[in-house]
Ligand binder design. Structure first.
Ligand code: GUN
Length: 279
């Protein structure tokens, strides 16, 4: 039976560290959260982020806009927040409703307030090995590996997924830690053969039970980034958890694994932004 990697407990520790540092600032750090439309999952995620802000002594300003908001209205709001001295970080919850171009919106956020680390300037710095902000989910995964003394250097790492939010920056961070990284995606042939070579296997597919035990090498570390619902509506990841945890040496649960770490890394980025702004 695998060791359970407790993201909830580790996130609480990180948030306590952020809170202690945030308390030393000359003013309160501030996060602006923009939620467009009424996607229930997005509402839950935003509530979680605002709760974390309260725990860390960070002020959050919520901007709730209707689903039919014109792109120009959203861009005007972002422009105002870009210039606000009370706002250190700006987070536009994704996905955006139809009619709003995520690329245009993300590019409009000032790079020094881009606490999601989605802006191409910050992504570029990350890939050059000189990041200012860290991509929250991949940074949360790295924090878990470090906290559980799981070495990356020289080990075979396989990431399933190539999204800009998770898969690509995840591969970049494992590479930066001297892992030998393979990124798999929907067009990869014989994916099981590749995943079975992994010492560290990160799954970011978003499909219940897409990661089965036969895809996992005995003793591998399995990081399940997904947040899915099973046929009973219960939260679950990609892994067929019971069977995969029989083969893995360590595994993240869903919920209580990567999710809380993503949010904790966001808090850390807000602290970085506040310092950058001289707070
Ligand atoms: N939607 C799903 N994950 C994220 C995230 O990390 N940041 C934002 N802004 N939206 C998301």
């Amino acid at each position: 039976m695998a060791i359970l990697i407790d993201g909830k407990a580790l996130a609480a520790k990180v948030k306590a560290e952020v809170a202690a540092e945030a308390a030393k600032l000359t003013r309160k750090a501030g996060l602006a959260v923009i939620l467009v439309g009424d996607d229930p999952a997005s509402r839950v995620y935003v509530n979680g982020k605002e709760k974390d802000c309260r725990e860390c002594g960070i002020v959050s300003f919520e901007y709730k806009l209707p689903a039919d908001t014109a792109e120009s209205t959203l861009l005007e709001l972002i422009d105002r927040l870009n210039r606000s001295e009370r706002v250190d970080g700006i987070l536009v919850q994704l996905p955006l409703p139809q009619g709003l171009d995520e690329r245009t919106v993300i590019h409009s956020i000032a790079a020094d307030k881009d606490v999601d680390c989605f802006h191409p300037y910050n992504t570029g710095l990350l890939y050059m090995g000189e990041p200012v902000f860290m991509p929250c989910t991949p940074a949360g995964v790295m924090e878990m590996l470090h906290a559980y003394d799981i070495p990356v250097e020289g080990r075979r790492c396989v990431v399933i997924g190539r999204s800009n939010i998770v898969g690509k920056p995840m591969s970049a961070l494992l590479l930066a830690d001297n892992g030998t990284v393979t990124t798999c995606h929907s067009k990869t042939s014989d994916i099981s053969e590749i995943t079975r070579s992994a010492d560290i296997l990160v799954s970011a597919v978003g499909k219940t039970r897409s990661l089965t035990a036969d895809m996992v090498k005995k003793g591998a570390v399995v990081i399940d980034v997904a947040m899915n619902r099973d046929e009973n509506g219960k939260l679950c990841g990609d892994a067929d958890f019971a069977a995969v945890s029989e083969r893995a040496s360590a595994i993240t649960p869903v919920p209580g694994g990567v999710g809380p770490m993503t949010r904790a890394m966001l808090m850390r980025n807000i602290l970085t932004a506040a310092r950058l702004h001289g707070a």
